[in-house]
Design a protein around this ligand. Structure first.
Ligand code: PLP
Length: 483
């Protein structure tokens, strides 16, 4: 494809994307495709005849769009929001169009320095001190893994990277709660700690936040048993209930033991743009590393996960290999991001954030976050006023954990009822919610924050939820009669 052909096809595609976003509200939120349906629409081998852009946009319409659950839909209330704001989509296009490759500073000085600028802007926007230096990874899972490696190397005096696990001589332990994201256990397994060395610290029974005194006890117990506590992961906004681990006290406990403290604020980082939410990560300055995902609620198109550390020299010592073919005359003067993470070749991700920050503007982003928080509170009051609905966890951010518990139903019957009504909503395509287990029982998470959501969508969701529970109860009565 030459630039002129690109120009013509590109206009068609941009128009198609704009039309797609406009008609999203009329599409089912959840895909109704069965495994293999999408694959079956393709021939076994690449067709010999080339296609025009119109053929490809038709394919998007007929095969791809129906094969998607639409996270950009105004009635998407599942998992966590994963907004792909259109300003950042343009930044993504610019990044691919430029085709830059970050392997060294010299391979693309702009790639490195725009990333430095954007990470620093984002640092200031969430109120972190200048002691932090940041980079952009693909995901928070990568951030957890890199933090785990930093912790391992600090605990072993750089022994594990050099001599392998045999050189460490002492079992290293990791601490988080059972509400921490699964990426923490995965990172511990990948970094060689072993999943069996992850300790799930007790949580407060009401807030589901880590109990720091239980953390202190677990650390003391392990130390007494000859382990070396190396890593604590505190979550600000857990995946299940958005619980907020109390960082300030956790930092004291971690500090006393010498363990590395990593903060996972994958979702909640966005809320830190708002001054009155910063108390949620009070104590963050006493941690060692921190990750949060603009590609969730903030609205930067996947993938854009910020990772910050305070001791950048340590990070570089852990991650750097510095072979001769990558050395350059500016080493020591310029940031070499290849030494700050796992991959060598890096994309120009910073453009997505740059475009979003400059085209949308910080104020409009903050207004949208405030709007979502206000919608959450309004929906919460509707749920509180309704009978038979229970809110199961505090709501510090934009996710409400609910259960519908009519009189006469309990235990497994409530579980069956919950799964029935949420499936009926998701299968209808009218809205999308995620069921999840809390303390062994099913509940439903209503996670607001899709950029396209307006108040009427939230009202509609609430109507749909009430209809769905009535429908699920009626079905179970009919089933019981049939039995
Ligand atoms: N941490 C938390 C609290 C999350 O909720 C998630 C995903 O939802 C992650 C980490 C993992 O994020 P990623 O998909 O960027 O690896």
């Amino acid at each position: 494809m030459n630039p002129e052909e690109f120009r013509t096809a590109g206009h068609v595609l941009i128009d198609w994307i704009a039309d797609f976003r406009t008609r999203l509200p009329d599409l089912p939120v959840q895909s109704d495709r069965r495994p293999g349906d999408v694959r079956a629409a393709f021939p076994e081998s690449v067709p010999a005849v080339t296609a025009g852009i119109d053929e490809l946009t038709s394919l998007l319409d007929s095969v791809v769009v129906p094969g998607m659950t639409h996270f950009q839909h105004p009635r998407y209330f599942g998992f966590f929001p994963s907004n792909a704001g259109l300003a950042s989509v343009l930044g993504d296009l610019a990044s691919s169009g430029l085709g830059g490759l970050g392997i060294t500073w010299q391979s693309c000085p702009a790639l490195t320095e725009v990333e430095e600028v954007v990470c620093d802007w984002m640092r200031r926007l969430v109120g972190l001190s200048s002691a932090w230096r940041g980079t952009i990874y693909d995901t928070a899972s990568t951030g957890a893994l890199v933090a785990m490696l930093c912790a391992r190397e600090r605990a072993t005096g750089y022994g594990a990277a050099g001599k392998g696990w045999q050189g460490t001589g002492q079992g290293l332990t990791v601490y988080c709660t059972s509400h921490a994201h699964s990426s923490v256990t995965k990172a511990a397994a990948l970094a060689g700690y072993g999943a069996a060395h992850v300790r799930f610290v007790d949580v407060d029974p009401v807030s589901f936040a880590m109990d720091p005194e239980s953390l202190a006890k677990a650390i003391a117990q392990d130390t007494g048993a000859g382990f070396r506590p190396a890593m604590v992961v505190a979550t600000v906004g857990t995946t299940g209930t958005t619980a907020i681990d109390p960082i300030a006290r956790i930092a004291e406990v971690a500090g006393e033991s010498g363990a590395w403290l990593h903060i996972d604020a994958a979702l909640a980082g966005a809320a830190m743009l708002l001054d009155d939410y910063r108390h949620l990560w009070e104590g963050v300055e006493d941690s060692d590393s921190l990750t949060w995902n603009p590609h969730k609620w903030l609205g930067t198109a996947l993938d854009a996960s910020l990772f910050y550390v305070r001791d950048v020299d340590h990070l570089i010592r852990v991650m750097s290999t510095n072979p001769s073919y990558l050395r350059s005359a500016v080493d020591g003067e310029a940031t070499q991001y290849r030494d700050w993470g796992i991959p060598l070749g890096r994309r120009f991700r910073a453009l997505k954030l740059l475009f979003q920050l400059r085209l949308d503007g910080v104020e409009s982003i903050k207004q949208r976050l405030r709007r979502d928080l206000a919608f959450t509170n309004l929906l919460l009051s509707l749920i509180h006023e309704a009978s038979d609905w229970m809110v199961l966890a505090p709501v510090p951010l934009q996710t409400i954990c609910v259960r519908h518990q009519p009189p006469g139903l309990d235990g497994e019957a409530v579980d069956a009822h919950t799964l029935r009504w949420v499936a009926s909503i998701n299968d209808s395509g009218r809205a999308f919610l995620t069921p999840a287990q809390l303390e062994g029982r099913w509940m439903v998470r209503v996670s607001l924050g899709s950029e396209a959501t307006e108040w009427e969508d939230v009202e509609e969701l609430w109507r749909i939820m009430k209809e769905a529970v009535a429908g699920a109860l009626a079905t179970s009565v009919v089933q019981n009669l049939d039995d």
